[in-house]
Each structure stands twice: as C-alpha cells, then as structure tokens.
Design a protein around this ligand. Structure first.
Ligand SMILES: *Cc1c(COP(=O)(O)O)cnc(C)c1O
Length: 419
C-alpha cells in the first residue's frame, strides 16, 4: 500500500508529477506554500484496509485528526467509511462532508458535556470512554435526552508500541485509556448506569508502528478481556483495535493492512465486529507540501535553503524531529548539489523542514516535502502571523482547490480593539 501511494508521485523527465499533473503546474496555479493530495492514493489506501478485513464484519473508521479537509472526508464517506473523531469540531466536519453519524466513534480523554450532547443527538455508533467520570457524564446527558449511549471502554493494554514517545499511547504511564487490569470493574460500573449500553472494547496503542508485534500483543490481551466480559454477561459486539500503522517516510518498511489483518486474524474474538481507526496510513503518503526557495545562505559551517514554508505550515520536523523526504520538483542538471538545512522564515531555531539534505537547488527552486498528507495541514498555525496555505486535491489530470489560502483578514478576524 505504501508502495502504491508512492507511485502516485512519479518523475517523468525532469518533472515530479502527482497522478497526471506536474507539481510545478500546481505551484503556478495555486502559489506556494501549498498542500497537495492525491485522490487515488487516498482511495487505494482505504480500500487496502477494506479488502484486508473483507472476510469478516468490519468498519474502517478513518481518524479525522490526520487530515480533516472536507473533500478528503467526503471521498472517504462515499467509499462507505466510518470516522474516528476526537472533538465536537471534527464531528461537525464529518457531518458537513456527508459522513454517516451511525459510523462515527468518538475518542479522546476530555469530551465536554456539549460535545457528548451533540454526539448523542446525531446518534453516533459509540463513545470510546476513557474514564469512569466520563461514563457517568455520558449516562446523565443520555438520560436527559432520553437516548441510550453505546459505549466501549478504551483499555490500555500496557504494550510498548516501540514508536516515538510523543506518539506512544498504550503504556500504563500514559494519560490515555483505562488500565486493562481495572477494565472489568469499569464495565460493571457501566451496566449499573442508566442509558448506557456497553457494546465494545477499544484500544489504540500508538502511531507510526512499524511492526505488527505490539498490535498482536494488544489484540491478544483485548480478546482475553472480551472473553471474560462475555462470561460475566456483557454483550460485547465489537472490538476496536485503533489505528497506528506507520508509513514509509525514509526507509521504514511498515506492515500493510493485509499483513496486519493476517497477524491479528487468529487472535480476534469470534463473532465480533472489528473496527479500525487508521489515519496516517490512509493519507500520509498521499500528500506533499510544495514550497519555494526564497534565499540560499552560507556560513562557515552550513548551507541554508530558506524556503517559504515553515513550522507554522508543517510542524512535524520541529515537534518530533520527524524526517520527511525533500525533493526538487524540477531537476535542473546545470546545478551542482550541496548539503543544505532547509529552514523556514519563522523566528525559532526549531523552524526547519529538513537538515543536512543533499540538493541541487538555487533561489527560486520549487521543492516538494513528501509524506505530508497526515498531521500536516491539521497541525498548521498562524504563528508569526502567517496565513494558512491552500489545499489542492488532484484527481487524474484535474487539480481542485479544496481549501483557499487564508486571506490576510483571517489573521485578525474576531479580534477587537477596546474603544
Ligand atoms: C490518532 C489516533 C488514531 C489514528 O492514528 P494513526 O497513527 O494516524 O493511524 C486512531 N485512534 C485514536 C484514538 C487516535 O488518537
């Protein structure tokens, strides 16, 4: 799947294309910096999950936080996707994009009363509950509305996802979920509460997983829990095994959805619908950030390519020291290559997109930062009063503007100077 997604970016002669469109044309038509995504890569990645789990009842709930653009959500809704949301804002995005509320699961440790109220009103599939207090809050709001809330408890299976500490969520010391050792007590409490129907068990152990081992362990522990819960009379209908499959940024070889399905197949409890919450692996390699070199700058130790994108548009390198491939969009054989730190205009030392990259570039060169479809635009900010970049969705030989570049006025919208 990862390989397929990479295929949508391909070189023809000197030019880097996305599907049938030269990226230099996207930059010319929409300006830089600019996010660009491939419809075909997103659809292929989603279908790879759907096919991998085709032999059993399943629902792929795309994790909206990876990329919440309405056009992206709409593509997935039309394939029949479910959605994993973590806020009331994401709920409204999904509804706006045509998503089916009955295919939404709601995750997150801090659901507000208003968010719970709205989710019950539209009739979501399940709340992934992360504490007893949340359970009690959901029960009382559901009772007030005369509705029944379907819940699954997010358990923390205490497995090491072997990923970056900031994106590892399945260990006991973590704020996420309920310790698997306490899960049964929480389920007992849940069935005592009015207007609560316990329907599932949920986990999500982390992101950018590059082996199936930790997921196999987690699923094994969840299956054992499901068996105990069923013996105690709980009607567990689904297990949600979360998201987290990694993508190839550099030289990783993460498992495909098919390999994941194969690895967990025999461990999943029988007669249980399987839910998955992939985010990064659906959209990550389907997108790039286009940016232009403003200045080339040298000192005794380093060469810098100062580009027109920054940590405000793409935070991952600054936040996680994440490595993303950076390639010239048009190869110019007349330029000699040098080793550059690719940095943005923002006044922070952490403002870099890549360090020590060998590139044959000059002022004015157009660069593509690859693997930028997930946790790219969604983490962008207006820091340094920079407007958010546009988003473009490529479909064959057409490029659709799916979010406009923010106008300058957006920077002070809603602000007031006391008179
Ligand atoms: C972030 C998140 C996901 C998606 O993770 P990916 O690594 O992008 O697949 C799924 N479920 C929950 C609860 C999350 O917080």
């Amino acid at each position: 799947m990862t390989e397929h997604s990479h295929d949508v970016f391909h070189r023809s002669g000197a030019e880097l294309y996305l599907e049938s469109i030269p990226l230099s044309q996207v930059a010319r038509d929409f300006g830089t910096p600019c996010y660009v995504y491939s419809r075909s890569a997103i659809e292929q990645a989603w279908r790879a999950y759907d096919e991998a789990f085709a032999d059993r009842d399943h629902l792929i709930c795309y994790a909206v936080k990876a990329n919440g653009n309405l056009a992206v959500l709409n593509l997935l809704a039309r394939l029949g996707s479910g959605f994993d949301i973590v806020s009331g804002g994401e709920l409204e995005r999904v509804l706006h994009a045509g998503g089916d509320p009955r295919r939404i699961v709601f995750s997150g440790v801090g659901k507000s009363a208003a968010e719970i109220h709205r989710a019950l009103e539209v009739g979501i599939l399940a709340f992934n509950v992360e504490s007893v207090s949340e359970l009690e809050r959901i029960s009382s709001i559901a009772a007030g509305l005369g509705r029944t809330a379907r819940v699954s408890v997010r358990v923390n299976p205490d497995v090491d996802a072997e990923t970056h500490p900031y994106i590892s969520t399945g260990l006991r010391e973590n704020k996420f979920g309920i310790d698997i050792a306490q899960a049964e007590t929480v389920y007992h409490r849940a069935v005592e509460l009015p207007n609560i129907a316990v329907t599932g068990v949920d986990c999500h152990i982390g992101s950018q997983l590059t082996r199936t081992g930790p997921l196999e362990d987690a699923v094994g522990r969840i299956a054992a829990l499901v068996e105990r819960l069923r013996r105690q009379g709980h009607a567990i209908e689904h297990v949600d095994i979360g998201g987290g499959l990694g993508i190839r940024y550099r030289d990783e070889a993460p498992p495909t959805p098919a390999a994941l399905a194969e690895a967990v197949r025999d461990r999943l409890p029988a007669d249980c619908r399987v839910l998955l919450e992939p985010g990064r692996s659906i959209v990550g390699n389907a997108g790039a950030l286009l940016t232009r070199v403003e200045y080339v700058k040298h000192n005794d130790h380093r060469n810098f390519a100062v580009v027109d994108a920054s940590m405000s548009e793409l935070l991952r390198p600054a936040l996680y020291e994440a490595w993303q491939a950076i390639e010239p969009v048009t190869v110019n054989a007349d330029l000699v290559s040098a080793v550059y730190d690719v940095v943005g205009p923002v006044c922070e030392t952490a403002d870099f997109l890549g360090k020590a990259r060998e590139l044959a570039i000059d002022e004015g060169s157009l660069l593509a930062v690859l693997s930028a479809g997930a946790y790219g635009f969604v983490m962008s900010s207006n820091y340094n009063a920079r407007v958010r970049p546009p988003e473009v969705l490529v479909d064959g030989d057409r490029a659709h503007l799916v979010r406009e570049r923010e106008p300058l006025e957006a920077l002070w919208r809603g602000e007031h100077i006391p008179g």
